[in-house]
Design a protein around this ligand. Structure first.
Ligand code: GDP
Ligand code: ZN
Length: 479
């Protein structure tokens, strides 16, 4: 993508497909010559004009609303024209093609993905975190995610980051000023109560990181893999978890034979659950391919649910599975079909889910995987009756690190979290320099500068063209 190009751009802004209304949008630094070619009447900014959209022979392609926004009071900060017509792909394409033809002599070209929003950023209508929130709002898969994206878009995240940056800068100005008068260095920190300020800044930063982490969970979700022997109830569990969420379940058929991914939501947190082919030794080649992929899938999981039949817990094959699971991934051992146990055993499972679960059928306790054996990581459920599922949902959220706060988080990205973490590291170093006996004020000032720079990267005050290209090219066309 060519950054900072000033050619006029055009795109269909509404989603592909059929709809009541479709919008073609043009952004240009000066749109007047183009308007004169497109319409016989003069458009008044911010007025809805109902007009025919004519082709070059004067025949109507469509009729609809033309809306003109003059820069800088527009989405992109340039002149923006929106043509709202009927929402069909063929008719919108004709409107688009006609505009492209008429606009050719002014350099009008089709917009790249995210190019409208990129111009909004370059013209300072939005900062970078807000621009990212535009894409996140469009992509939000739950109400909670949409709410958080909107919070970011309206600048809640940016203003917290900026406020923190300002405090760091103020402190740095004091330090730098002191550096010019070495005899004052000694009591600089006391004079300005710098220690208290530093502590405040650090605790602000910690709070910001915590909220950003929650936001990242909302944005990325959790990659959960269901593993276990055939017939233990993996598919039934997936359906039961998806059941309450049926309106937003999006089944993505992988290579159907071996893998199904469903996206479900728990308290608005997206979970991508992979149902895998049952793990067992097999002679059947097709099935064994599925199983090979299951092991590959397991390597990518954030959490593994190792599902077993409650009547035959930790049998030989399950022990073999346990021993092969990736050691670094949390494993939630779940015993299904507790409805088939006697009432006493069921009650035991449901009353104390974190108990040391005995091995089934009087078999001797097998060696278990270290992670799987960790307390609190085993529970009993019935995919059939729904018993224990709430507990399972809560466990999944716990493992994700989800802790709902009164403050709704922003939809943070990994990029934001890295920058916040780095700022935190620089602040820690700053504190270190400030508390040494021979306080090194110039190093202290330098760490403050670096922390501030990290914060600025979030809102895009210092960014490379590469990063911008990467961010905006992931947008949809027309945004
Ligand atoms: P998968 O091969 O692991 O995906 O297992 P399925 O979900 O296909 O289930 C295998 C069989 O177990 C089916 O007949 C299910 O109806 C049954 N089943 C699954 N969960 C339960 C449960 O909690 N209780 C009982 N009684 N049967 C279940
Ligand atoms: Zn299955």
């Amino acid at each position: 993508m060519t950054l900072r190009s000033h050619e006029p751009i055009i795109a269909i802004a509404t989603a592909p497909g059929h709809g009541g209304i479709g919008v073609v949008r043009i952004s240009a630094s000066d749109i007047d010559p183009l308007l004169a070619r497109l319409f016989t009447v003069q458009l008044k900014p911010r007025h809805a004009h109902y007009l025919p959209f004519n082709d070059k022979n004067g025949n109507a392609i469509d009729a609809g609303i033309a809306l003109l926004f003059k820069g800088p009071h527009s989405y992109t900060g340039e002149d923006v024209l929106e043509l709202q017509g009927h929402g069909g792909p063929a008719v919108l394409r004709r409107v688009l093609d006609h505009c492209l033809e008429v606009g050719k002599e002014y350099g009008l070209r089709h917009a790249e993905p995210g190019e409208f929003t990129q111009r909004a950023f370059l013209n300072e209508r939005l900062d970078l975190a807000q621009a990212e929130a535009v894409a996140d709002l469009i992509d939000a898969s739950s109400a909670a995610a949409a709410r958080s994206a909107m919070a970011s878009l309206s600048g809640a995240f940016s203003s917290r980051v900026n406020a923190l940056g300002d405090r760091i800068v103020r402190l740095r100005i004091l330090v730098e000023a002191t550096l010019d008068f070495p005899e004052e260095e000694i009591d600089f920190l006391e004079k300005y109560q710098a220690h208290a300020t530093l502590q405040d800044i650090q605790s602000d930063l910690t709070a910001l990181i915590a909220l950003a982490k929650q936001g990242m969970i909302l944005r990325e979700g959790l990659h959960v893999v269901l593993a276990g022997q055939p017939n233990v109830g993996k598919s039934s569990l997936l359906n039961a978890l998806a059941g309450d969420d049926i309106a937003i379940v999006t089944p993505v058929a992988g290579t159907t034979r071996d893998k199904v991914i469903q996206q479900i939501h728990i308290q608005g947190v997206p979970l991508h659950i992979v149902d895998t082919a049952g793990l067992r030794e097999t002679e059947d080649t097709v099935e064994s391919i599925g199983i090979a992929r299951t092991w590959a899938e397991l390597e990518k999981a954030n959490v593994i649910i190792h599902l077993q039949d409650a009547r035959a817990r930790n049998d030989e094959l399950d022990t073999a599975i346990t021993n092969r699971l990736p050691a670094q991934t949390p494993v939630l051992k779940v015993f299904n079909k507790i409805d088939l146990l006697d009432t006493a055993a069921q009650a035991e499972f449901l009353s104390s889910p974190d108990m040391d679960i005995p091995s089934g059928d009087g078999r001797s306790a097998p060696e278990v995987h270290a992670a799987a054996a960790a307390p609190g990581l085993a529970l009993g459920i019935s995919a059939k009756t729904g018993d224990g599922l709430d507990m399972l949902r809560q466990k999944l959220l716990d493992i994700a690190g989800w802790s709902p706060t009164s403050e709704s988080p922003w939809l943070a990205r990994e990029r934001h979290l890295k920058a916040l973490d780095s700022a935190g590291n620089h602040m820690a170093l700053a504190v270190e320099h400030a508390s040494q006996n021979d306080r090194v004020l110039d190093l202290f000032a330098e760490e403050l500068r670096l922390a501030h720079e990290d914060l600025c990267a979030i809102t895009g005050q210092f960014t490379s063209d590469d990063l911008l290209g990467e961010i905006f090219s992931s947008f949809c066309i027309g945004k």
